[in-house]
Design a protein around this ligand. Structure first.
Ligand code: SAM
Length: 337
């Protein structure tokens, strides 16, 4: 097996991953409990860790002190625990101390996720990772206190009244941006001058080809004062909104004819779905506005939308609040990735 593969492995079905020396446990992709903890995917979280690493190290160098980091919607704590390892240990394993130590807070509304963060932090002997179990709000952090906020918010587009039936880590309103919208204005108040918002989100694109989430983020942080830079995760051409929703909700189309109307409405509003990685600087010194000019740290040409749509099809499965799958409502049970 190539060294790169050994250093960076993710098995979303088994529910574990290894990234540059840290190991993490999550729930399995096929566990349909409502509060399941988001599994780690090579093309998503592992890619994000590698992509953000030089940017965060550069900020650490500029600030010349430990950073305040908020891993918002932390799930397993993958980003917080990764950055703790990157920033708080010397290459020889020695821990930094005092004002050199970065402080990481992993915040999640899901108590099950918080328990996974605690277990994963212990497993990796994290130096300075705290947890906060709550719904993200104005009170979650002091104003202008954060150097870095990392997000991978729920972004699964949910049909109408189904929100409560879809896994918590996915459900995000009709266009998949419900939670992202709720968070972006709060994030703008919690970041300090020059602070970074780093993240990933699936977004619809407008009929003019703009990425809706990136435009809204730029407005929230101040179009004239902030810089929003992004790249797409996948080389594979983005699917149309119609193709995406019909594929993801295929099992339900016959039973719920209203789904066609919803898909029709969404198709009128938007063109495609795309998944983007972004780095946003509040009060940027250089160029401001939205630019699709980030260079990916590696090609993601092995990863296809076909596979991602299968993951979303799993998220579209209805679950019961007790976490057990309501089998009577799931026509096709076997889904392998
Ligand atoms: C897509 S998962 C990402 C988890 C992790 N960051 C990752 O990338 O593996 C989104 C996470 O946000 C959490 N979440 C959803 N709504 C939230 C809210 N309003 N406040 C705090 N956490 C929330 C979910 O419980 C879930 O763990």
């Amino acid at each position: 097996m190539p060294v790169e593969t050994l250093k960076n492995a993710a098995d979303p079905i088994a529910g574990h991953a290894t990234i540059d020396g840290i190991t993490l446990r999550t729930d399995s992709l096929t566990d349909l409990r409502w509060d399941r903890v988001m599994p780690i995917l090579l093309e998503e979280q592992v890619f994000m860790c590698h992509q953000m690493r030089p940017t965060v190290h550069a900020l650490r160098g500029r600030r010349n002190r430990g950073l305040n980091i908020l891993d918002l919607g932390a799930g397993s704590g993958v980003f917080g625990i990764y950055l703790d390892r990157q920033l708080n240990r010397q290459p020889d394993g020695e821990l930094l101390t005092g004002s050199d130590l970065s402080a990481v807070v992993c915040l999640d509304v899901n108590l099950r996720a918080i328990r996974f963060v605690q277990d994963n932090a212990e497993r990796n002997a994290s130096a300075n990772v705290r947890t906060q179990c709550e719904r993200y709000s104005e009170r979650s952090a002091a104003p202008c206190s954060q150097d870095v906020i990392v997000i991978n918010p729920p972004y699964h587009p949910v049909y109408g009244h189904w929100t409560d039936d879809v896994a918590l880590h996915g459900a995000a309103g009709e266009d998949g941006l419900g939670v992202f919208r709720e968070w972006k204005d709060l994030i703008a108040t919690h970041l300090n001058h020059g602070g970074l918002l780093i993240g990933s989100v699936m977004s619809p694109t407008s009929k003019h080809g703009t990425v809706v989430a990136m435009e809204e983020l730029s407005n929230a942080l101040g179009r004239d004062t902030s810089a929003v830079r992004f790249c797409r995760h996948l080389d594979d051409p983005d699917p149309s909104v119609e193709e995406f929703l019909k594929t993801v909700y295929a099992d339900y189309l016959e039973k719920e004819p209203d789904l066609y109307q919803w898909i029709g409405r969404m198709t009128q509003r938007f063109a495609h779905f795309t998944v983007v990685y972004f780095e946003t600087e509040k009060s940027a010194n250089g160029r401001t506005g939205v630019r699709e000019d980030l260079v990916r740290c590696r090609p993601n040409d092995d990863f296809k939308w076909r596979d991602r749509m299968q993951v979303h099809a799993l998220m579209a499965r209805k679950v019961t609040r007790s976490g057990e799958v309501d089998i009577s409502r799931h026509p096709q049970e076997s889904l392998e990735r």
